[in-house]
Design a protein around this ligand. Structure first.
Ligand SMILES: Nc1ncnc2c1ncn2[C@@H]1O[C@H](COP(=O)(O)OP(=O)(O)O)[C@@H](O)[C@H]1O
Ligand SMILES: [Mg+2]
Length: 288
């Protein structure tokens, strides 16, 4: 089976049976292929965080079934701890969870919990630190001495050190400055290329998502608005704007041009592709 994640008709309600009952995820069915880099976008409150927390069993659906690697994670025979090792979740503002005296100890916390041997733990700590651009010289430092971006990357390394098959990242670049954002997202993208890990990355920035993800999942009011390759998602750009989400700046420029009668295509979301289409357009005009 090539789907590493299957959610079948998942509904999640907070505060069930109280006057505050609210549906955060509403009858969602989703299939994610092994090795996919899926960017998840949607308004605040659209259910992104609640949805992704189903995949490692942090929340249990009110209704529906969750399969990871073909296994129903809530069946009696499944060890939920193993599911958590398989699907590593990095929370939003994950650096608040750093607590050890040294960076090394913090990163080794996960693999230690897995009961691995000291040698293997050491290999993983160094591998994870390197993957997240943490220099060896920082490993014996206190995490609290590091910059915001470094702390964030240490927190990510802590989950990467468990070498999960699925890496779930909730707004990994939130609150960082533009250089810090590029840095952390670039490292995640490189990690994906090198290791082929399935990645689910929540972001509120469409620009970031189109730059790094292969597929885009748009959440809207607890439902999946779409989950498709980036090109396809942007062919529905008018609808995306209608539900109040942003499209990349360059896509807006192309929409303006189309309104003026110059249609270069609805699948343009990078400056590079825009450039290519403009040059083709000029070429055709010159030949006409
Ligand atoms: N712990 C909670 N208790 C009650 N309601 C919650 C809780 N967490 C989230 N919600 C509600 O669930 C809905 C989805 O929230 P969330 O999954 O955090 O969305 P997102 O990550 O897209 O911002 C929102 O209406 C939110 O108010
Ligand atoms: Mg959230």
């Amino acid at each position: 089976m090539s789907n590493i994640i299957e959610l079948k008709n998942i509904t999640y309600k907070y505060s069930t049976g109280t006057p505050f009952e609210s549906v955060a995820v509403d009858d969602v069915t989703l299939e994610v292929e092994k090795g996919e880099f899926c960017g998840i976008i949607g308004h605040t409150g659209s259910g992104k965080s609640t949805l992704i927390q189903h995949i490692n069993g942090l929340v249990k659906p009110t209704l529906g079934e969750v399969y990871v690697d073909g296994e129903n994670i809530w069946s009696k025979d499944t060890d939920i701890r193993q599911v958590r090792f398989k699907a590593g979740l990095v929370f939003q503002y994950s650096e608040y969870q750093l607590f050890e005296e040294t960076v090394y100890k913090d990163i080794s916390y996960g693999p230690k919990n897995m009961g691995l041997k000291a040698e293997e733990i050491d290999r993983r700590v160094r591998f994870a630190a390197k993957s997240m651009g943490i220099d060896d010289s920082l490993l014996e430092r206190s995490p609290f001495d590091l910059s915001g971006g470094q702390k964030r990357r240490v927190a990510l390394a802590g989950v990467i050190a468990m070498e999960p098959e699925i890496l779930i990242l909730d707004e990994p670049a939130a609150g960082l400055d533009p250089i810090g954002r590029e840095n952390v997202l670039g490292l995640i993208s490189e990690y994906h290329k090198q290791n082929g890990t399935t990645i689910l990355l929540v972001s509120h920035s469409m620009e970031d998502i189109v730059k790094y993800a292969q597929k885009v999942l748009v959440m809207n009011k607890g439902k999946i608005f779409c989950h498709a390759p980036t090109d396809e998602v942007f062919s529905r750009q008018d609808e995306i704007i209608k539900i109040g989400l942003d499209v990349p700046q360059i896509t807006r420029v192309m929409m303006r041009l189309r309104a003026k009668g110059i249609d270069l295509g609805t699948d343009i979301y990078t400056v590079e592709r825009a450039k290519q289409r403009i040059l083709e357009y000029k070429e055709n005009k010159n030949n006409a």
